[in-house]
Structures are given as structure tokens and as C-alpha cells.
Design a protein around this ligand. Structure first.
Ligand code: AHG
Ligand code: MN
Ligand code: MN
Length: 339
């Protein structure tokens, strides 16, 4: 009787998955290892945050107009450093940098762009609540040179070839997809390896949680308020409970596992919602759809949105088929607010 069940590391899994990419000569797994390495370094900082000078604000204001936290900066630098060592990457775009970054100046064989939010949920860093990292991998568009880095990343989310996130929570979990289902890997601190713990994740058809910042409820468009009332009144055939962590990655991870709905609607201060299309909504929408859920911006599929700027924002209504279909059935195209 064997004492050991097979351990499948994320590297092994990626090697298997990348056989789906004709002609990829291991460069894809080498690229993803840049992300896994960076997130191990980030999680090491997160785990010791109170013991090292990594808490609190760095003091600068980033392109989002938000005060950068020290861990935002560290996470951003680590991801840029690890990914710049992958010659298959030509362009990086980060929530923390106004413009896309060129890596491997002039290396013509660079074929990928990586877009990321290095530290998602910054407001939760200092209070020991789960935070995360999101990433989205795009192929260089035909005929586009390194002189036009924006064109590498301004592509609809449907063109992502891979996407994922890491939640630095009670454990550290990497969740990713290359378009062949969604798979979760828990970082085993004893060996420092991401090991397969959630193979082929499927979102329940209906959940019992809704997740939205209700403090802004009065400024949501009418149909969002009516929809939340439907959930609270049990109109979808069950009682709902509210869960809102304030770190999108953690709220989405729970929704992937338990079902339900996560929303960031348009608000008075953010008429297009707060979340950014390229490195928050798109990777999440890719994973949610791969897991059998639905991801819309309130009216249309997130993955169909053609971006025109790197940091553009979008409303998000993502989750189980039943909840999102109900939102669409009752409110998309209704004569109430279009947004
Ligand atoms: P980031 O820390 O990368 O700026 O992202 C924070 C986002 C997202 O993680 C979360 O869902 C949302 O901000 C919370 O916003 P509110 O505090 O307005 O609810
Ligand atoms: Mn974020
Ligand atoms: Mn961030």
C-alpha cells in the first residue's frame, strides 16, 4: 500500500497543458514559472508583513490616483524582475505603472505580453485580510512591433491565452487556466511548491452568497438596487447571505468555490465601476467562464469588450449562471438606467 499519493506540481501541470499550444517549446511553462516565483516571494513578504517594514503607505500616488502601499511597490518590482528574465515576454503592463514596459529591448522573438495587478486588495494589507495578485497573458498581435507596446495589451479578454490569480489567504492558492478548465494549486510551505489541490474547478450553478459593497447602494443604478432586493427577498428561491471582503480576488475565489454573485456596479464616484478591465475584470472573466460561470459588465460579456486604454474601468457582474441570468433576464434592456 503506497504511503504517498501523487503530488502534481504546477510546473508539471503546465508542461502537460502547454502541449495544447502547437510548437510551444517550453517557453510558456518558463513564462508561468516567472509568475509562480514572483508570487512565492510576495507571499513570503505578506506572511511576515508585521515583522518587516512592508506595511503602510509608500506615500506616492499611482496612476490610479491611489496612495501606493509599500507592498504594492514590492509586489510590482518582484513581478517585473521575474518576468523580465523570460525572453518570450516582450511587454508588461501593470496597475502600478502608467505605461506598458518593454522587456528584452528589441528582442524580436518575444511573443507574449503579461498584464497584472501585483497586489489586489491593498486596503486590506495592514489588517491581515486576504489580498491577491492577478495576471493575464496575451499573444503579440500579428504584425505589431515592439514600438507599439500598447497594441500588445489593448486586446479583448477573449484573446487571453491564459489567466489566473493568487490569493494570499489562510493558505496561498494559485488558480489558473489556459482555456482547458480551471485548476487550483496550494503552496505547500514545507517544500515551497504549488501542488494541485483543486483540479478542474467548477462553479456551482447557483450559490447562496451575494458580494457587493452595499455602502454605495444608494448610488448604484436603479436596476442593481432592484436586483439586490430580489436576492434579499428570496425571489431566486433561496435565502442569500452577504459576504464582502474588499479584495476582489478573495471575493471571486469564494464565488468560484461556493457560487453566488460578485458585483462592482457603477457608482457616483466611479461611473464605470472601480475595477480595471485589463488586469482585474478580464483574467477573472476568463476563469469564471472556464469554470462554468458568467461574467458581464452589466449588459455585455466582459471578454468581448475592446479596450481603448490600459487602465480603463468596467462594472462587473460575475458569478453563477442562475444569479447572472436572473440579472440579465430582469434588467438587461430594461428601461431603467442603461449602466
Ligand atoms: P487594488 O487594491 O488593486 O486597488 O484593488 C482593490 C479593488 C478590489 O480588490 C476590490 O474588490 C475593490 O477595490 C474594493 O473597492 P471598495 O473598497 O470601493 O469596495
Ligand atoms: Mn486590484
Ligand atoms: Mn492593486
Amino acid at each position: 500500500m503506497s504511503q504517498t499519493s501523487p503530488v502534481i506540481t504546477v510546473q508539471q501541470h503546465i508542461l502537460e497543458e502547454q502541449k495544447r499550444f502547437p510548437g510551444s517549446s517550453g517557453e510558456f511553462s518558463w513564462l508561468l514559472s516567472g509568475i509562480t516565483m514572483a508570487t512565492k516571494l510576495i507571499q513570503a513578504k505578506v506572511r511576515r508583513a508585521g515583522l518587516t517594514d512592508i506595511l503602510g503607505a509608500q506615500g506616492d500616488i499611482n496612476v490610479q490616483g491611489e496612495v501606493q502601499q509599500k507592498l504594492d511597490i514590492y509586489s510590482n518590482e518582484v513581478l517585473i524582475q521575474c518576468l523580465s528574465a523570460r525572453e518570450s515576454i516582450g511587454v508588461l503592463a501593470s496597475e502600478e505603472d502608467e505605461k506598458p514596459l518593454l522587456v528584452h529591448q528589441g528582442s524580436e522573438n518575444a511573443t507574449y505580453a503579461v498584464v497584472f495587478d501585483p497586489l489586489d486588495g491593498s486596503s486590506n494589507i495592514d489588517v491581515n485580510v486576504s489580498v491577491g495578485t492577478t495576471f493575464s497573458i496575451l499573444r503579440r498581435p500579428e504584425g505589431v512591433s515592439l514600438d507599439e507596446p500598447e497594441k500588445w495589451v489593448l486586446q479583448p479578454g477573449a484573446r487571453q491565452i491564459a489567466a489566473g490569480y493568487v490569493v494570499y489567504g489562510s493558505s496561498t492558492i494559485l488558480v489558473y487556466s489556459v482555456g482547458n478548465g480551471v485548476h487550483g494549486f496550494t503552496l505547500d510551505p514545507a517544500v515551497g511548491a504549488y501542488t494541485l489541490s483543486h483540479p478542474n474547478m467548477k462553479m456551482p450553478e447557483q450559490g447562496s452568497y451575494y458580494s457587493v459593497n452595499e455602502a454605495y447602494c444608494d448610488s448604484f443604478p436603479e436596476r442593481y438596487q432592484q436586483y439586490l432586493a430580489r436576492l434579499r427577498n428570496g425571489d431566486l428561491g433561496r435565502k442569500y447571505s452577504s459576504r464582502y471582503i474588499g479584495s476582489m480576488v478573495a471575493d471571486v475565489h469564494r464565488t468560484l468555490l461556493k457560487g453566488g454573485i460578485f458585483m462592482y456596479p457603477p457608482t457616483e464616484s466611479n461611473s464605470d465601476g472601480k475595477l480595471r478591465l485589463l488586469y482585474e475584470a478580464n483574467p477573472i472573466a476568463f476563469l469564471v467562464e472556464q469554470a462554468g460561470g458568467t461574467a458581464i459588465d452589466g449588459t455585455r460579456r466582459v471578454l468581448d469588450i475592446v479596450p481603448d486604454s490600459i487602465h480603463q474601468r468596467t462594472p462587473m457582474v460575475v458569478g453563477s449562471q442562475v444569479e447572472v441570468a436572473d440579472f440579465e433576464r430582469f434588467f438587461v434592456g430594461s428601461n431603467s438606467d442603461a449602466a
